[in-house]
Structures are given as structure tokens and as C-alpha cells.
Design a protein around this ligand. Sequence first.
Ligand code: WT7
Length: 666
Amino acid sequence: MSDETLSNLSTETRRFEPPAELAANANVKAEAYDRAEADREAFWAEQAERLDWDQKWDRVLDWDDPPFAKWFVGGRINAAYNCVDRHVEAGKGDKVAIHWVGEPEDDTREITYADLKDQVCQAANALIELGVETGDRVAIYLPMIPETVVAMLACARIGAPHTVVFGGFSADALANRVADCEAKVIITADGGYRRGAPSALKPAVDEAVGKAADLGQKVDKVLVVRRTGQDVAWDEGRDVWWHDSVEKASTEHACEFFDSEHPLYVMYTSGTTGKPKGILHTTGGYLVGTSYTHWAVFDLKADTDVYWCTADVGWVTGHSYMVYGPLSNAVTQVVYEGTPDSPHKGRWWEIIQTYGVTIFYTAPTAIRTFMKWGSDIPAKFDLSSIRVLGSVGEPINPEAYVWYRATIGGDRVPVVDTWWQTETGQIMISPLPGVTAGKPGSAMKALPGIGADVVNDEGEPVPDGSGGFLVLTKPWPAMLRTLWGDDERFKETYWTRFADQGFYFAGDGAKKDEDGDLWLLGRVDDVMNVSGHRLSTTEIESALVSHPKVAEAAVVGAADETTGQAVCAFVILRESAVEEADEPGEGADLVQELRNHVQKEIGAIAKPRQIMIVPELPKTRSGKIMRRLLKDVAEHREVGDVTTLADSTVMDLIKDKEGSGAGSED
Ligand code: WT7
């Protein structure tokens, strides 16, 4: 970015004050910001006291050799002990840890903390029996079943870093990850349920073991959970059934405590180049960061709340806010195996009603899907138990925020828009539900103990009302420690851009509004330049979504002879508007209406050159829109690599639309 700043075009005037009762009883009050600012390390040391340490640290932070941080130096801790055993020892053995809901109806399990302790100990013993030693890596490729949580905690218990690979990934992706972190053991299942049907996993593992061997990594053992009962190929010397080993192992396992910096897990995330980055998280700091933020951001009252995070455990959100954060806080939570529309589009709301969910954490992509399906679906269920709503993964458009608050939150509960990354491990920027007056679309400000700013190309903080690059100005406990096996790429990717200032480069564009509150504007690669004005794709998308006929929108900058880049939008209509657009001639009118709407909302500069009404948008498996592919369509190019798309046929649907002239250009 040049020294120009992002144009600050849209304005948002709606404010939602925290509910009085929540504010009065909030876990974290406004004073926390100043206290943390006055002595950041003392603040984090205070949060570390939430956990049980076998041996306390001698030094809170070692930042002598940046960017390589050490937190709670000299401390000894066990993550699984903190998530399970200590709650049983504190008399909470009978408390439900997990209300597990399988996708097939009436397929449920209740797992108490005592059950969880037994199962984690059994799995730890079984892994040791299979030859796993402290420090060895274990790959986990499982559906959303309780065994997944058990497997992760068992690895943590014996100090064997896990790498969970999302069950939707291919054999190739699994093989690359297994080879990169040299995993000797893979834990998987015969299959899982997806949209009402069993979907196999084991064949991909069999293939991945072969491919990993070609890449130089031998997998000794494959531990297999029987979930669907489908037929599986079996390698006698290598494959072991979970029910033959784990379920027969002893429930006694004396846990060992590890150095605070002992590796806890590696989570792969995509980078700008093809090779995924293995984000390394270690134990003490990560647990402090996730435990504190889970308690603070959701105002968790562990004795009475029922928490539900809908993320898949194959992503960092599932690690930090389904496993380590919530369990270290002794929550009762819902874990759901399947998709939101199986067997009907009200499944999630039905689950909230059944279990009395009080804290609900999901992603904007899901929220927009529900908007598209219509408010009448959630209206059929009793959602009055909800008291805090969270959002994560993408900027939440103001209109989606307001819909979420009104329709799911009954217009009474706070929405916390939480910004963080696989790399940050913990929530970094978010409102506090008992303190912050929420603004739809803004993640507001850095949490107590966190340093964030928006800077220009030279690394200087921009004034309020301007935009630039989001940076993190101070080390934080759950920060990534390096990229697995690649310290150089770690330095290069995150710490070189603003090396002089010592800032972490997050790769996101952001702006500070007139109050100094933060608005996330998407990855910097998504920022366009139209006639010399920096425009964020997010702001234009939000303007489109604010139109009553629009459910979802994706905007890209396409090369344009006169303006440098031009705004091209891809729009999904709400179901009620689809019929109208299908009438002959109506589509073009609607496109014109939407273009004018953006002009009215943001300004003529942002008026899309072209709008295409499409049935779907290309998304990754974690729900992120792949704008790169849309750019190919907008620039009339051959569409690039689609292998990371959740549904590779989506691009054909979009190209068909283009061919039929459903777009408009003038
Ligand atoms: C990127 C990180 C955080 C866990 C899930 C995604 C985007 C995430 C927000 C938010 C605006 C957000 C950013 C970030 N992002 N949360 N609340 N508002 N953008 O983890 O796959 O590592 O992706 O997701 O662009 O850099 P991830």
C-alpha cells in the first residue's frame, strides 16, 4: 500500500449497549484495559493463575530473541490435566462436559468430566502401547465425534503434538501434512455422517499413507474408530481398531507435566504460496490465552452456561474454542457432528432449544446462509436461552450482524465479533459483552493485554478515520512460536514487513473509525484500487447485503483500462427475490437497482461496473470466499486452481451464468 489510506466511505451509526444485568455481573469490566496496559506481563501472569501448574514460571515472557517468544518460562503444566482431571478433582466429575449430537436424529451421547477423564487416560495408554512417545507427532483425521476430543487430549496428555486435519481434506492434503510434520501414527474413523449419509474417511487415509511414504514419511500405525460401520480395507500389521485398543486400556494414567513451551499442536493453514504453513502452538501460553479469552469474551459463567461453538475441530476455532479454552474452563458444551440443514434447515435452532444453549459462536458465512433461508425457520424455535452471540472467520457485514442479533438474539443479546487467526491462537480484537457498546460490523478494539494498531506503509499508526495494515504491537501468550520446521518462513511471513517497529504483520487491511474503533477489511490481497481510491471489498459487499433482496455478495477488483481496477460483484439473492429476477427482463432491472444501491450507500466510486446474480459462491472448506477464482471470471480468464474449493462444481454454475448474459455491464 502507498501512503494513501483506505477510503473511509461507509458510516455506521447504530449502537447496541450491553444489557444492564449482563454489564453489572460481567466477568471483565472496563478497568481491565487500563490495568493490563499498566503492566502487561503482570496482567497475563494473573490470568495464568486460572490454570493449575505443577511448577510455576520464573519469568512471564522471554522476548530476548524476537520473534521467538517464550511464555511462562520455567513453568511446568499439562494441558489435558487442566482440561479434565482438575475438574474431576474439584468435585465436578458428574458435570456434563459434552452434549454430543450426531447427525442422525436421536444419536446422542452425554459425556461427563469423569467419563472424559477415563477415556482420555485410556487413549493415552493405548497411544503409548502403539509406540507413541513424548514429542512424537500424531495426525488426527476424524469427524466431529467425541473420540476426536479424546484423541487430542490424549496426545496432549502424553506430550505428543497433534495435527488435526479437517475431514473434508483430500488424501493428498493429509499426506502432505503427515509428511511435513513426520507423523508416525494417524487416528481416523471408518467414516462420518454428512448430509444424512455416511461418508468414508479410511480410504483417504490408506491412500495418504502410501503418498506419505513416497514423501519419505513412514506411518507405523493407524488407529480407527468405528463410527458408520461401513466396510474398510484392513492392513493387519498397521491398522488397529479403537474399540480393541483404547476401550480395553486402563482408565488409570498418571500424567506427566511438561515445560510450558512444550509443543502442543501443529495446525496447517494456507499461505500465499501453495505449501501450507504448519503453525506451531505450545502449551502454557496457549492455554492461558485461550482460557482467559473464552471466559472474558463470552462472559462465561461455567456453572450455568451451555456453550456451543459450531466450528469443525479441524480448524483452529475448534481447537481454541471447542477444546482447550472451554474445557479448561469446565464448561458444559454442545458438539454437533453434521451440517445445519440435516435433516431440516432448523436443526441448529432445534439443538439450541433442546439443550438450552446460552452462548453461541458461529461464522458469518453460516449467518448469511440462514438469512438466505429466511427468518421464519429460526422463529419456529425457542431461542430465549441465548445470552451472548459470537462471530468469527470473516468480517461480519453490518446487516448480517443486525439480523443475527435480532433473529437469533431476540434483539436483546450482545454480538461479539471476534478477530483472530490460526497464528494468534486466541481472540485478539473483540468487544467485551458487558463493557462495549457494539457497532454492527466492527470488531471494536484489542482485548485487555493485547496490542493492535493500524499502520501505513512506513509502519506509522494512521489517525482515526483512516485505514491501513493491521499489526499486533506486543507479543501475546497464545502466539504462534514458529512454522513447523521453517523458522525462516516464519520470520519472513510475519515479522519482516514491519521489522523496524517489531510489529507482527497480520496480512489484513483495517481502518480506525472516528472513535478509534477497528473495522477489519479482509486480507490485504483483497483490497482494490479504483481510480486511485483504495476500496475494500468488504465494505462494498456489506452495502450489497444491506439491500433487502440480497443474501450474500462477493466483490473483486478486475483489471480495467480506465480506472485501473473496476468493482465486479457476484450476488446471491434471498429466496424471495429469486423468482422476480427470473422473469424475463427483470434480472437487468434488479442489477441496476443494486448498482444504484451501492452508489447510494458508499458513493459513485464504489458503484459496481458489473453485477452477476449467481446461485452459489466459491468457498473453501472453512467457508472463505475464494475471490481469486471470481477475479478470473471477471477478467474473462481460464479459472485457476479449484482444488481447495468445498464444492468444485460451483465455478461451473457461475461460468454458466456468465455465458447466459445474466450479468450487466455498461
Ligand atoms: C483470517 C484468519 C480465527 C479463526 C478462524 C479463521 C479473517 C477472522 C475475523 C473477523 C474479520 C476475520 C481475517 C484473518 N478473520 N476473524 N472477526 N473479522 N476478519 O482463522 O483461517 O487463520 O483466518 O480470517 O482475514 O486474518 P484463519
